[in-house]
Design a binder for this molecule. Structure first.
Ligand SMILES: [Zn+2]
Length: 118
């Protein structure tokens, strides 16, 4: 039996950190709180020239790609926390076998054993 308490604590901490990171570059979709959308950085329209607009566009694309990465991690952690609640935490999603605790300690959001990791 694995001690899910310690994993829950570190998962919740990680979730909080990720959310803080995501808040810098995105906002929650008002009509779907599980969905995040990238935002453009603040821009002063009065002083913006075409170069700055180009920078902003680049910035927006960068934010979107960072966001999708963070969102992936965020979802994995959410799934892991759900599993703790449902009592299925620590099982490989592919083979159903126990994930070694060493792996969970390194990555509490791991969804598969090492053999079945993509
Ligand atoms: Zn497996």
């Amino acid at each position: 039996m694995i001690d899910t308490k310690k994993y829950k604590t570190s998962l919740e901490k990680e979730l909080k950190l990720l959310e803080d990171e995501m808040k810098k570059i995105a906002r929650k979709n008002p009509s779907n709180p599980n969905d995040w959308e990238p935002v453009e950085s603040e821009m002063n329209a009065d002083t913006a020239d075409s170069d700055e607009v180009a920078d902003e566009m680049e910035n927006f694309g960068e934010n979107a790609s960072i966001l999708s990465k963070l969102e992936g991690q965020y979802d994995d952690i959410k799934i892991a926390l759900d599993k703790i609640k449902n009592g299925t935490y620590g099982k490989c999603e592919v083979g159903g076998e126990d994930i070694p605790e060493k792996r969970l300690e390194a990555n509490p959001a791991a969804r598969t054993c090492i053999k079945h990791a993509k």
